[in-house]
Design a protein around this ligand. Structure first.
Ligand code: PLP
Length: 405
């Protein structure tokens, strides 16, 4: 009966508050120590900021890391440092957060959308080459939801066409591809520490790289164009003040100690939930990528087939699932290129070639994911117990039974 569903007054299947962020007194005292010191800012990017950069670089297996104010700016730093020029094209997927594309426009470059693989919701590496032109300069693969992109194929294409690869690892802290940490494979890897991300200090970003030249440029760009060893009033490059505060760095350093354990737990729960949901007709967990060893499950995504649910629309199914106590929703309602920004070319003062037109872009797999298939369960729920995973499956079963009555 409809009334059995929590959305219509019935009993919730999962009666638990999933906490995020997770912290204790150590996090609190790390921050209060900085506050008490009165030394909050960090004009030299040294001290605890430099320390957490070293910790994060080591964790990722990269030589260098540069911190900055957020994961949009970290993408921007990486892209600019790669030496893009106005009018260059950058390949990226349309199933992603706005920043993956907006940083390209802010560099006066052109985002070129390549469709996703319906099995993984990551950039379809078999469709990249047909999008490459003489103007293509870089690829931004997004390890969407924390699932590794097809990096061997992407790196091979990049080498063949002399393209830079910037991994958008905003969902992928601690994830691995063939034993390598995500973000450490391309020319640079960009991370976000915004409050919803798997590693957070409220706001923040980081770029990792093995390339000393990129590192030096990014170091300068995030500190108003100053250079190492230079004077205070000596500005070499067109940068900005993108520096992290000491409070953020102290918190990040503490949070980083929890990341590996949390990632392993989400990965285990994800594999377990895959087994449970595979058994429900009309529910299809995404395929785990080739060569992928560790999925961060920033989002646990499954595909919903309404024909197995008596044609209950995805939007209604998602609302019912959320009401049952599963932290979930329908995900992106439309592909990125459908945003007014692209459709109306509201590019402000940025200089984008006149002929660029997003009204005729169609990526059918992304559209199907947005309009029909994808349902997202959020990362903090993936930190739950096995029993919680059982209850997530049970909530879906309950909705199915009611829908099919
Ligand atoms: C969160 C996110 C970013 C950057 O986000 P900030 O909020 O600027 O830290 C970039 N790419 C993706 C895919 C994201 O989800």
């Amino acid at each position: 009966m409809k009334e059995d569903l929590a959305l219509y007054g019935g009993k919730k299947t999962l009666n638990k508050e999933f906490k995020w962020p997770i912290f204790d007194n150590e996090d609190v005292s790390a921050v209060t120590e900085i506050v008490s010191s009165g030394n909050w800012g960090n004009p030299d990017c040294g001290g605890i900021v430099e320390q957490v950069e070293k910790e994060f670089a080591a964790y990722c297996g990269s030589k260098y890391a540069i911190s900055c104010v957020n994961g949009s700016v970290s993408l921007r730093l990486a892209l600019i440092a790669c030496g893009v020029k106005p009018g260059d094209e950058v390949i990226l997927p349309p199933y992603t957060f706005i920043a993956t594309a907006s940083v390209v426009l802010e560099a006066n470059c052109v985002p070129v959308f390549v469709d996703i693989d319906p099995n993984t919701y990551n950039l379809d590496s078999t469709k990249i080459e047909e999008a490459i032109t003489a103007k293509t300069k870089a690829i931004i693969p997004v390890h969407f939801a924390g699932q590794a992109c097809d990096m061997d194929a992407i790196m091979a294409i990049a080498t063949k066409h002399d393209l830079r690869v910037i991994e958008d690892a905003a969902h992928a802290h601690g994830g691995e591809y063939k034993g390598k940490k995500l973000g450490s494979i391309g020319d640079a890897g960009s991370f976000s520490f915004q409050s919803s991300k798997n590693l957070t200090c409220g706001e923040g970003g980081m770029v990792v790289t093995d390339n000393e030249k990129l590192y030096n440029i990014m170091n300068s760009l995030r500190n108003v164009g100053r250079v190492k060893g230079g004077q205070w009033y000596e500005h070499h490059n067109l940068g900005c003040n993108y520096r992290l505060t000491q409070m953020q760095a102290a918190l990040l350093s503490k949070q980083l100690t929890r990341l590996e354990g949390q990632t392993q737990l989400r990965n285990e729960n994800g594999l377990y939930l895959n087994k449970l949901l595979q058994q429900i007709d009309g529910i299809l967990p995404l395929v785990r990528g080739l060569g992928e060893t560790l999925h961060t499950y920033h989002i646990y995504i499954f595909k919903y087939d309404k024909s197995a649910f008596n044609n209950l629309p995805k939007r209604e199914f998602a609302a019912m699932l959320a009401a049952e106590g599963v932290p979930s929703f329908m995900g992106y309602p439309e592909p990125l290129y459908k945003q007014p920004l692209f459709q109306e070319k509201n590019f402000m003062s940025y200089v984008i070639p006149e002929e660029v037109d997003y009204t005729n872009v169609t990526c059918p797999e992304t559209e199907k994911a947005c309009y029909e298939d994808a349902v997202w369960i959020l990362q903090h729920a993936m930190l739950g117990s096995k029993e919680d995973m059982d209850l997530i499956a049970k909530a879906i079963q309950k909705i199915k039974e009611v829908a099919c009555e």
